[in-house]
Design a protein. Structure first.
Length: 406
């Protein structure tokens, strides 16, 4: 019996058509963000482990893949009983961004608007829609403490979703100060705020009764009852003043005030967001303001806000026709293996390239239809037979794949 040859659990291979769709969606996202004035950057896949586990990444820090020391440093660590790891794979793009900004601040604009895309890694249990390696697409604004930054982020993200055909997406908005005030009003001590937030964040999964039961178990019956009364009476149609200016400048109906929105990261300091789409069972993006993070490396606070698209969930929602490749794909089938035919095929390939086509060369098999069916499944829509006497494009008969070739 052959040994399994699957990729590591929680990681995936992508077939050519899947990869092409992913690249097309990613190009649309990056291009749309760039049109909004964001600039693309790149950071390493690894960062110092001490930085990744410095308290800025919340629970995700526990999921960081650690990278062992190398050579003499590893030998010394083994001999001395020291920590064997000094680097880690990034678990998100925000922590690397804050380090990047601290490193390169002198060469960046006063208000820096960044696009960052790339794979991240988390050592968690794989399950449907949750992987150990996945793509993130972030935009962040560093250096602007005004609501303009939030408005730009949300406007750009909604534009991206529109371009991708996801016009039903809605962004839920809350504010960390409002959340803290709620917890105080419920009689929850500051030391228990984190635990209460974790429970409230489960509202969409365990519903009101589950949240009330868990708050009661953890923090007492008075807290559980107070939350239930508040939840049943809260008016979500009245947007609080802390976030009202954001709603005023975004397309009506695309934002929704959600007073129970938590967002798991402990580093958020202001408005927080989460993107919902009716076609997904989970949020497809989120973010918020994190004014305290950059200052950890600079020694002085710098305002910052960002939002991340959940690329893996977004790409699954995008219809194939939204990212159709307009560049034609042609298969040039060599009728025989003669030198003349090969010379002609390479010349015809160059001439079709000049017209903007993707061109693939193939030997003519006994059953041409089987080859063309395979090429069609891989994105090619036309073919032509190249013969020894095929000397110019005028000699080439291009036919749509699917047209009878018998």
């Amino acid at each position: 019996m052959a040994n399994p040859v699957n990729p590591p659990r929680g990681m995936r291979d992508f077939l050519p058509m899947e990869k092409r769709k992913r690249d097309s969606v990613l190009d649309l996202i990056r291009g749309t963000y760039a049109a909004h004035g964001f600039q693309e950057i790149e950071t390493p896949a690894m960062e110092d482990l001490a930085r990744l586990t410095s308290g800025q990444g919340g629970d995700n820090e526990k999921l960081a893949y650690r990278v062992m020391k190398r050579g003499a440093e590893l030998d010394e660590a083994l001999a001395g009983g020291e920590d064997l790891a000094d680097l880690g794979l990034r678990f998100d793009l925000t922590v690397p961004l804050t380090r990047y900004y601290a490193t390169n601040r002198a060469q960046l604009p006063n208000v820096f608007k960044a696009i960052q895309t790339g794979p991240v890694w988390r050592a968690e249990r794989p399950q449907k829609g949750r992987y150990r390696q996945f793509m993130q697409c972030d935009i962040d604004i560093i250096g602007d403490a005004t609501p303009l930054a939030e408005i730009e982020l949300l406007s750009a993200s909604l534009n991206v979703l529109n371009v991708l055909g996801l016009t039903d997406a809605v962004i839920r908005v809350n504010h960390r100060e409002l959340l803290v005030k709620l917890l105080n009003d419920l009689g929850i001590a500051e030391a228990n705020h984190g635990s209460a937030m974790i429970t409230i964040d489960k509202l969409d999964k365990i519903e009101l009764s589950g949240v009330v039961a868990e708050l009661t178990e953890r923090l007492g019956a008075a807290v559980g009852k107070a939350f239930e009364v508040w939840f049943l009476e809260v008016d979500t149609t009245v947007v609080p003043s802390e976030i009202a200016n954001i709603f005023e400048l975004i397309e009506p109906g695309r934002l929704r005030y959600d007073p129970t929105l938590v967002r798991g990261m402990g580093y958020y300091t202001g408005p927080i967001f989460e993107i919902d789409h009716p076609g997904s069972g989970s949020s497809i993006g989120g973010g918020g303001r994190y004014d305290g993070m950059v200052g950890r490396w600079l020694g002085t606070d710098v305002p910052a806000v960002g939002i991340s698209l959940g690329f893996e969930r977004v790409v699954d929602l995008v219809a194939d026709e939204e990212v159709a490749d307009e560049q034609p794909g042609i298969v040039l089938v060599l009728e025989d293996d003669s030198k003349e035919t090969m010379v002609n095929a390479f010349e015809m390939q160059r001439q079709f390239w000049a017209k903007g086509a993707n061109v693939r060369l193939e030997h003519k098999p006994k059953r041409l239809n089987l080859l063309l069916d395979s090429m069609s499944a891989n994105g090619y829509d036309a073919f032509a037979i190249i013969k020894p006497q095929t000397l110019t494009l005028e000699d080439v008969e291009v036919r749509a794949i699917g047209q009878s070739v018998e």
